[in-house]
Design a binder for this molecule. Structure first.
Ligand code: NAP
Length: 278
């Protein structure tokens, strides 16, 4: 579990839901819950809050698992950064999910062109005060964006969800998160576009521990303090991706995996270049 700066805690591994939607999406999320995931990521822009909420409600009604044991997370879209628009969008998200409250709401990205992310953050603070949202955070924020919202509102985000994987370990931003008491959530945790499954540091560690390369990468996240959100529509992979607590990478293995970032050498500019962010 990760302790958040607001006193709540969230699981060490979550489930990603892009691009799941419709009935098939509901079934995949339901399978993930059956397979043990207790943190489900979503976003207004994924157009799947409805089926994520349906899967969670169906699961809770038959499993005996209590509502408090499942963390449902969504994200405010970049087009809703005006204060009133952000407040309304928060209510819309909770309504689409069909839940009494949202456990985590993140600002999906700073949308620097409109430059209204401080307003959006103040709206999230208000939604938290009203009890509609339990924990609040951001996504794709740089250290500068974080400093700006903290200075403006006096409230530090509990979470920053950013791209993190062995090709892009975000060591500097993660260190800043640690300094500020912010939990790092990792999107595309296995490695955007192409996963480094065949890279020697990953493949060698997998062979040494008798696990899969995906498990090595997810375990690496856990050991460096990053909370990965792997998505899989494949039930066996869902199980595999959660089963990363029965072995430990050595310090040398962790360091060797991080060196893959140096080979890639990208800098984080806070602008997600994927699918769903506008
Ligand atoms: P990912 O979870 O790292 O990778 C997903 C891909 O890996 C799928 O093609 C999946 O295939 C495959 N996979 C999963 N487990 C595997 C395993 N054990 N072995 C081999 N292949 C495996 O990347 P992602 O979906 O891009 O990111 C995860 C989540 O982060 C998203 O779903 C979304 O919730 C969030 N996200 C957020 C942002 C943001 O801007 N905040 C941006 C991107 C993503 P199958 O499904 O076919 O098994």
């Amino acid at each position: 579990m990760h302790q958040l700066n607001d006193g709540h805690s969230i699981p060490a591994v979550g489930f990603g839901t892009w691009p799941l939607k419709g009935e098939d999406g509901r079934d995949v999320v339901r399978a993930a819950l059956n397979n043990g995931y207790r943190l489900i990521d979503s976003a207004t822009n994924y157009e799947n809050e409805g089926v994520v909420g349906k899967a969670v409600r169906d699961f809770l009604s038959v499993s005996g698992v209590s509502r408090d044991e499942v963390t449902v997370q969504s994200k405010l879209a970049g087009r809703h950064h005006d204060y009133d628009s952000a407040l309304a969008a928060g209510y819309e998200s909770v309504t689409r999910l069909g839940l009494e409250r949202l456990d985590v709401l993140l600002i999906h990205w700073p949308n620097p062109i409109t430059n209204k992310y401080r307003e959006a953050w103040r709206a999230l603070v208000e939604l938290q005060k009203r009890g509609l949202v339990r924990s609040i955070g951001v996504s794709n924020f740089t250290a500068e964006h974080l400093a700006a919202v903290i200075e403006d509102s006096g409230v530090t985000p509990a979470i920053n969800q950013v791209e993190v994987h062995p090709y892009f370990d975000q060591a500097h931003l993660r260190a800043e998160h640690e300094r500020l008491g912010i939990v790092t959530e990792a999107w595309s945790p296995l490695g955007k576009n192409s996963a480094p499954f065949d890279e020697p540091p990953v493949a060698d560690a997998a062979a040494a521990h008798g696990v899969t390369p995906a498990q090595v990468i997810l375990r690496w996240h856990v050991q460096v303090g990053s909370l990965p959100l792997p998505k899989s529509s494949t039930p066996a992979r869902q199980v595999e991706n959660l089963d990363v607590f029965g072995f430990e990478l050595t310090d040398a293995e962790v360091a060797a995996i991080a060196l893959l970032t140096k080979a890639d050498g990208r800098l984080f500019d806070g602008h997600p270049d994927t699918h769903e962010e506008m």
